[in-house]
Design a protein around this ligand. Structure first.
Ligand SMILES: *[C@@H]1O[C@H](CO)[C@@H](O)[C@H](O)[C@H]1NC(C)=O
Ligand SMILES: *[C@@H]1O[C@H](CO)[C@@H](O)[C@H](O)[C@H]1NC(C)=O
Ligand SMILES: *[C@@H]1O[C@H](CO)[C@@H](O)[C@H](O)[C@H]1NC(C)=O
Length: 359
């Protein structure tokens, strides 16, 4: 009796598409999702209020007209003292000192919760694990999980899109440097990323459109790749084979409140980006003062998005404690295009994403 109940309980936890079958394929997928869970969270198929908000927009909506809520340093939600301690033996192989976990934490909730609560853009920072075998997630020197590889976590996104085919997800990939004493963005690492992004499953789920964003209709059920990396150690043919938009790190001015980056030179398609993460306040300024500067930069950029060329892409990073002040600004911006906005601790305050999405 208890054995039967045990089996039922396990079946109930499987993604819906899989629950009815116990084929090897379904069990293998469950195995991958389990490995991904320290970053993706435990997979559950449900459809709360904001899980399918893109249904409200017609297929012919240009993606640059949408307001896309995202998370900054998305993979950091699970990085507490227990995680840091449990990974210490592995992280030590990198031969770097890792400060206290609070320094690296930008989120509280796993990817599955982000998706179900309306988040559609993810800031993913990858590098080699300490054995140079798989690509995993880092924030600076903080290894965020050893088991949840980039490849495993992508399967979580694929399953979620199968369960929510009206939706589109933007995944930004950036190489995290200074993860290890001898870390290097070398050919081996670049080839590893390339192979993940051109695998059979990636070809199926990543929209195979290049250097431009089209309409929502063709992007439903798909991932749009935002390439904040160069494959400069590989032949140019590798770069040519990748879909998505390219934001070369060489063109992305560090810590700038106002970057213009041409991502399609033939058509002169420009992205306007605010990534002012370390306000240039005088040294010794209080946290309150830093937040004031960051809010100022974020607000200016959102106003620029609201009034700028409607075919341009706007991308802002609203990190660093500005959420509460942003709510009232968002309330005043109803009906305006604000573009992609990446938040820290996006669920605080609870009305932030709802306000952003009901513009
Ligand atoms: C990983 O790669 C780096 C850079 O090439 C190298 O210095 C380091 O020794 C490698 N680590 C291992 C464990 O092989
Ligand atoms: C390209 O686009 C930018 C931004 O919209 C604009 O300032 C610039 O004049 C354009 N250049 C050309 C050659 O059309
Ligand atoms: C607000 O932002 C603008 C543009 O980034 C900058 O010139 C100005 O000094 C900022 N003011 C304050 C008080 O932060």
């Amino acid at each position: 009796m208890s054995t039967i109940l045990g089996c039922l309980a396990t079946a109930a936890m499987l993604p819906s598409a899989l629950a009815s079958s116990s084929t090897l394929a379904a069990l293998a997928l469950q195995n991958v999702l389990d490995r991904a869970s320290p970053i993706f969270g435990s997979y559950v198929n449900r459809t709360p209020d904001k899980a399918e908000w893109m249904k409200a927009y017609p297929d012919n909506t240009p993606l640059v007209h949408l307001n896309i809520p995202g998370t900054h340093d998305s993979a950091t939600w699970n990085y507490d003292e227990a995680t840091q301690r449990s990974l210490k033996g592995i992280t030590d192989l990198n031969q770097v000192t890792v400060p206290v976990p609070e320094t690296f934490r930008c989120q509280d909730l796993p990817f599955i919760e982000m998706l179900d609560m309306g988040i559609r853009a993810f800031d993913l920072r990858y590098s080699f694990d300490p054995t140079n075998t798989t690509l995993v997630f880092y924030h600076g020197p903080a290894l965020l999980s050893e088991t949840a590889t980039v490849d495993d976590v992508l399967f979580g996104f694929y399953q979620w899109l199968d369960d929510h085919p009206s939706e589109t997800i933007f995944l930004s990939f950036q190489h995290e440097s200074s993860t290890a004493k001898y870390a290097s963005n070398n050919a081996e690492l670049q080839l590893n990323l390339y192979n993940i992004l051109v695998s059979a499953e990636a070809r199926h789920y990543f929209l195979q459109k290049k250097d431009q964003l089209g309409n929502l209709g063709e992007a439903r059920g798909k991932i749009i790749l935002l390439r904040r990396f160069d494959l400069d150690q590989l032949d140019a043919s590798y770069t040519e084979a990748l879909p998505g938009l390219h934001f070369s790190p060489s063109l992305w001015t560090d810590n700038s409140p106002d970057i213009s980056l041409v991502y399609n030179s033939k058509k002169n398609l420009t992205a306007f980006i605010e990534d002012y993460y370390q306000p240039l306040t005088p040294t010794g300024s209080s946290a309150v003062e830093n937040i004031r500067w960051k809010f100022n930069a974020t607000k200016r950029h959102l106003l620029k998005a609201a009034t700028g060329n409607e075919d341009s892409l706007f991308w802002s990073f609203a990190s660093g404690g500005v959420n509460h002040q942003l709510v009232s600004f968002l309330e005043q911006s109803k009906g305006k295009r604000l573009g992609i906005v990446m938040f820290d601790f996006f669920e605080q305050p609870s009305e932030l994403i709802d306000t952003f999405l009901t513009l």
